[in-house]
Ligand binder design. Structure first.
Ligand SMILES: Cc1cc2nc3c(=O)[nH]c(=O)nc-3n(C[C@H](O)[C@H](O)[C@H](O)COP(=O)(O)OP(=O)(O)OC[C@H]3O[C@@H](n4cnc5c(N)ncnc54)[C@H](O)[C@@H]3O)c2cc1C
Length: 408
């Protein structure tokens, strides 16, 4: 049954706010908390009758506020469930990552996915899903076997490689909220790995050398190594996991180093928020990011470090991410070495600091890190898959019921 929360409902204030505080003032006309696909179909029909826009919300972490609206927030969080059998996990679209990992860990399996414990599995998967097992096992969406979707006209379809295969292709990487409301996801699971966690830090004064060593090493290392780099105002953090022996080819010795084998679930939890400033309040941060296909010149790194207004995050790609052809799923970024993300509070400042990097970037942007300032956003997000995505959109949402700035 759907639970409707309106501005006069006691829970409305708390529930309407997404995880990103900068969208906390958007006031939906109604929040519809749906328990079943039939509930979703009913809400879509009602909204259509009333002429109200609908946005689905899973974990509410969209960087561009796309799961907030003054119309109807269709909240799938009541559909939070995980069932595992025969190497397949059936996951309700409202499940948050921490609950998912706990449920999978209890039966000795996992899936490759991100770190944020309250991130929603639906939003993460529909945009791709980068995580510490990604270089060895691919994106979260590469493990997707099927998805149940309620379309704009109320039809409920279960798409897979065999059934509604175009829709299934598009759901793997085009980004959430484009084709319908996903209510259930089927994933192939992996046995929980035995893994070693590492966390090394250096003083920020060593940043140029550390970044330069990292960019020639981490994206090209053996697949079972995932080493991310975070440069804060005072330190550099190198962290991640490996299922083999750990060694890092940095020329400068770290000021701190922990290398330890941990049960996988604890390991994953230990990577959350590494390098966060414990005194920072609620973050109104915005970010700008791009995929890079090869190393940056040292002079460009120096300029970046001089001007960066906040953290600089480097995420290694390569490995299994790149073994899937760019057109095999809607996720088009299969030839990249790393993702670079600049964090700040002022979008204009970020654009200015980012511009010297652009000649070295691929011009491609991760759909799960949406950037409202992009000039040609659809090419940046979808690359060569854009034409086919437009066809799928026409076939499954011909009236453009699901729409937002930068949507298909
Ligand atoms: C703290 C934090 C940590 C992160 N860590 C990672 C990481 O490790 N790896 C990574 O790849 N990304 C990461 N991200 C980015 C994350 O993948 C995106 O923000 C993602 O879109 C969030 O999904 P959500 O369901 O939480 O957000 P939402 O805001 O609920 O949804 C995101 C988009 O998907 C749509 N959507 C939501 N539910 C559905 C549904 N059921 N059906 C159809 N469309 C839907 C929404 O309308 C919106 O457009 C992180 C983000 C944050 C804020």
């Amino acid at each position: 049954m759907t639970r409707y929360l309106r501005p006069d409902s006691p829970e409305y204030e708390a529930v309407r706010r997404p995880a990103m505080p900068q969208y906390g003032e958007v006031r939906p006309a109604v929040i519809a908390q749906c328990e079943t696909p039939a509930d979703v179909a009913e809400v879509l029909a009602e909204a259509r009758k009333e002429g109200l826009p609908v946005v689905p919300r899973s974990g509410g972490h969209c960087f561009a506020g796309r799961s907030s609206t003054t119309g109807v927030v269709l909240d799938v969080s009541p559909m939070s469930s995980v069932e595992v059998s025969d190497d397949v996990a059936v996951v309700g679209a409202g499940t948050r990552l921490s609950r998912l990992y706990d449920a999978l860990d209890a039966v000795g399996v996992t899936i490759p996915a991100g770190c944020g414990p309250t991130v929603g599995i639906a939003g993460l998967t529909l945009g791709g899903g980068i995580g510490v097992l990604g270089r060895s096992h691919g994106l979260t969406c590469d493990s997707l076997l099927a998805a149940e979707v309620v379309l704009a006209d109320g039809r409920i379809v279960t798409c897979s490689a065999e059934q509604d295969s175009d829709l299934f292709w598009a759901l793997r990487g085009a980004g959430g909220g484009q084709f319908g409301v996903v209510t259930r996801l089927w994933f192939s699971t992996l046995p929980t790995p035995v893994a070693t966690r590492f966390h090394l830090t250096w003083s920020r004064a060593d940043a140029v050398g550390v970044i330069d060593s990292w960019q020639h090493w981490a994206p090209y290392a053996w697949d079972e190594l995932s080493a991310s780099l975070r440069v804060t105002a005072t330190e550099i953090h190198l962290f991640g996991l490996t299922t083999g022996e750990f060694s890092a080819p940095m020329e400068v010795s770290p000021t701190f180093a922990v290398v330890e084998q941990l049960p996988y679930r604890r390991l994953k939890e230990s990577l959350v928020g590494l390098g966060d400033d414990p005194d920072a309040g609620e973050s109104m941060a915005v970010s700008k990011s791009e995929f890079f296909a090869g190393p940056l010149p040292v002079a460009v790194i120096e300029e970046l470090l001089r001007d960066a207004p906040g953290d600089v995050n480097f995420t290694p790609m390569g490995g299994a991410y790149n073994r899937v052809p760019a057109t095999a799923t809607a996720f088009a970024h299969r030839d990249t070495a790393f993702l670079l993300e600049l964090v700040g509070t002022d979008r204009a400042k970020l654009a200015q600091v980012f511009s010297p990097l652009e000649p070295y970037g691929t011009g491609r942007v991760y759909t799960n890190f949406p950037d409202p300032t992009l000039d040609d956003a659809l090419t940046a997000y979808h690359g060569e898959n854009l034409g086919r995505l437009r066809e799928v959109k026409r076939a499954y949402d011909p009236e453009g019921f699901f729409t937002f700035p930068q949507s298909l």
